[in-house]
Design a protein around this ligand. Structure first.
Ligand code: PMP
Ligand code: GLN
Length: 391
C-alpha cells in the first residue's frame, strides 16, 4: 500500500524500469550460478594502481577534488590521448573527469539535448543511453546493427538523421555486440556528422579491447572535421579493471566540454578524490600494460567463443569489448529472456538477454550476451555446465 498518493515514480523514472544488469546479477547471487552476465572482471587491475589509491587515502587526499578533476589526472588523460591517438587536448578546459563513463554519458546528454531534440544511436544500445536520452527529454533514433556481422548500414544512418537531430551517440568497440567500427564506417559517420553539423558523443570505454590487427580502434574524433564536434568518453573501470571506482573522463573541444561540465556539477559535483591520482598513475603505465590487457582478453574471447560454439550456440564472434553475443535458437529457444531466466536452473550460469537493448525487438529477441572478463577456470566451468545441460 503506498503511504501517500505521491509515492509513485515520475513518468521519467517509471519509464526506465530496473537495469537488466542488476536483475541478472541478483539472479546469479540468489542461485549461486556462474555469472557471465554483468560485465565486470573477477580479478583486480594492476596492484600499483590500487596501492596508489591506498596511499592517497592515507595521505589525506579525501576531500572534494576540483570540479573538472585533479590536474594530474587531467594531464594524464591528455597524455593518453596523445600517446595512443596523436590527439592533443588541453588538460585545462578540454578534459573533464567524471564519475564513471556513466556520468559522462548522462552529463553529455543533459548538457546538450533539449526536449524534442533527436539523438541517433546505434542499436543494440547500452541501456543507460535510453534512460539518459529520456531524462533529457530527447527522442532516440536507432540505427540497427544487424546480426551476425553488426556492420553499420550507412544508408540507415543517413535516413535516421532529420533536421531535429542534434547528437549522434556512437559506441565502438560496441557493447553488447563486440563490433568495432571500420575506418570506412567511421568515415561515413564523420561525413554525416559534418554534413548535418551534429555533435558526436563517442563512448569509447572499450578502446583498449579491439582484438584484431586488421580492425584497430580509431577514435572518431581523429577523423577530418571531427575534433571540433566530438566528445570522447573513457573509463578507468574498463581500462584498469576497477569498475567499482567509477572514474571516467571526457575529452573534446572546450565549448562542448563546458556543456558536459555544466550538467556534471549538479549530478555529482565532483568525482572520488583518492582514486584520481591512482588512475593518473595507471594512464602513465607502459604500452605493454594496455597491449597485455587486450591480448589477455583476446585469449579469453577465443576460450569462451569456442566453448559456446561447442555447446551448439550460434556464436557472433566479437572483434572487441569483453562480450560475445549468441543466437540461442539452435538450443530450441526463440526468446533470450526465457533462455536467460531458465539458464541458472538448467545449467547454473547467468547471461544477459539482448532484448532491453533493442527497439527492433524482433531482431534482438533471440540474442544473448556473455561476458568473458573472467578467470579462465570460471569460463571453463561455465562451458562445462552448459555442455552438461545442453549436449
Ligand atoms: N558505456 C558502455 C558501453 C559500457 O559498457 C559501460 C560499462 N558499464 C559504461 C559506458 C559505463 O562505464 P563506467 O563503469 O565507467 O560508468
Ligand atoms: N558495462 C557493464 C555491462 O555492460 C556493466 C553494466 C552496469 O553495471 N551498468 O555489463
Amino acid at each position: 500500500m503506498p503511504r501517500t498518493a505521491a509515492s509513485h515514480p515520475s513518468s521519467r523514472a517509471a519509464g526506465v524500469g530496473t537495469t537488466v544488469f542488476a536483475e541478472m546479477s541478483a539472479l546469479a547471487a540468489a542461485t549461486g550460478a556462474v555469472n557471465l552476465g554483468q560485465g565486470f572482471p573477477d580479478t583486480d587491475g594492476p596492484p600499483e594502481i590500487a596501492e596508489a589509491a591506498v596511499a592517497a587515502i592515507r595521505a589525506g587526499r579525501n576531500q572534494y577534488a576540483p570540479g573538472p578533476g585533479l590536474p594530474e589526472l587531467r594531464a594524464a588523460v591528455a597524455g593518453h590521448q596523445q600517446r595512443f591517438y596523436g590527439m592533443t587536448y588541453d588538460p585545462d578546459g578540454e578534459v573533464l573527469v567524471t564519475t564513471g563513463a556513466t556520468e559522462a554519458i548522462a552529463a553529455a546528454l543533459l548538457g546538450l539535448v533539449d526536449p524534442g531534440d533527436e539523438v541517433v544511436v546505434l542499436e543494440p544500445y547500452y541501456d543507460s543511453y535510453v534512460a539518459c536520452i529520456g531524462f533529457a527529454g530527447g527522442v532516440r533514433r536507432p540505427v540497427t546493427l544487424h546480426p551476425p556481422g553488426y556492420a553499420l548500414d550507412v544508408d540507415a544512418l543517413r535516413r535516421a538523421v532529420t533536421p531535429r537531430t542534434k547528437v549522434l551517440l556512437l559506441n565502438s568497440p560496441h557493447n553488447p555486440t563486440g563490433a568495432v567500427l571500420s575506418l570506412d564506417e567511421l568515415t561515413a559517420v564523420a561525413e554525416v556528422a559534418v554534413e548535418h553539423d551534429l555533435v558526436v558523443v563517442a563512448d569509447e570505454v572499450y578502446e583498449h579491447m579491439a582484438f584484431d590487427a586488421d580492425r584497430p580502434h580509431v577514435p572518431v574524433a581523429s577523423l577530418p572535421g571531427m575534433r571540433v564536434r566530438t566528445l570522447s568518453i573513457g573509463s578507468a573501470g574498463k581500462t584498469f579493471s576497477f569498475t567499482g571506482w567509477k572514474v571516467g573522463w571526457v575529452t573534446g573541444p572546450a565549448d562542448l566540454i563546458e556543456c558536459v561540465r555544466l550538467a556534471k556539477q549538479f549530478l555529482t559535483y565532483v568525482s572520488g578524490a583518492p582514486f584520481q591520482p591512482a588512475i593518473a598513475l595507471g594512464l602513465g603505465l607502459p604500452d605493454s600494460y594496455f597491449f597485455g590487457l587486450r591480448d589477455g582478453l583476446a585469449a579469453k574471447r577465443d576460450l569462451l567463443c569456442d566453448g559456446l560454439d561447442s555447446v551448439g550456440l550460434d556464436v557472433h564472434r566479437p572483434r572487441g569489448t569483453y562480450f560475445v553475443t549468441t543466437d540461442v535458437r539452435p538450443l530450441g529457444y526463440d526468446d533470450g529472456w526465457t533462455f536467460c531466466r531458465d539458464l541458472p536452473g538448467r545449467a547454473g550460469v547467468v547471461a544477459i538477454p539482448h532484448a532491453p537493448f533493442w527497439d527492433d525487438v524482433a531482431v534482438g529477441a533471440p540474442l544473448v550476451r556473455w561476458a568473458f572478463c573472467k578467470k579462465d577456470e570460471v569460463l571453463t566451468e561455465a562451458v562445462e555446465r552448459l555442455r552438461a545441460a545442453f549436449t
